[in-house]
Write a new protein. Structure first.
Length: 125
């Protein structure tokens, strides 16, 4: 029997568990979801098929052309406003019109990806 941790979408494990499972301690959860585990990469070696690599390249190109999701829009907004106190209304607007789960996306950035996002309830003092 082989022990494993699945490190793909759906938030099925913590960022710490994903980093530990992959042996990579510096990637975000999204980057880990896209990464090839080192043991698999090493076992592929020169036997890795050109078709498989081509398929991966095509999928990454497609993903790069997609419209960014609400979490990515929030991520970009927060990066552009580092050091400035922002309101929930600004974050909601950054997420996009009709996005009702913007607060969940912020929690995912904080809890799953380790972003040091402070709120009124998490600020010290």
């Amino acid at each position: 029997m082989v022990d494993f941790v699945q490190v793909t979408g759906g938030g099925n494990c913590t960022i710490a568990a994903a980093r530990d499972a992959m042996g990579i301690d510096w990637m975000t959860k999204n980057e880990l979801n896209e990464a090839i585990p080192p043991r698999i990469r090493d076992s592929l070696g020169s036997n890795c098929s050109h078709t498989w690599l081509q398929r991966c390249t095509v999928n990454r190109s497609y993903n790069a052309m997609r419209k960014p999701g609400s979490k990515e829009r929030i991520r970009q907004f927060l990066l552009a406003n580092i050091g400035r106190i922002v309101t929930s209304i600004e974050i909601r607007d950054a997420a996009g019109s009709g996005v009702s789960e913007w607060a969940r996306r912020v929690r995912e950035l904080r809890e799953d990806e380790g972003w040091p996002i402070l709120t009124i309830t998490t600020m010290p003092g």
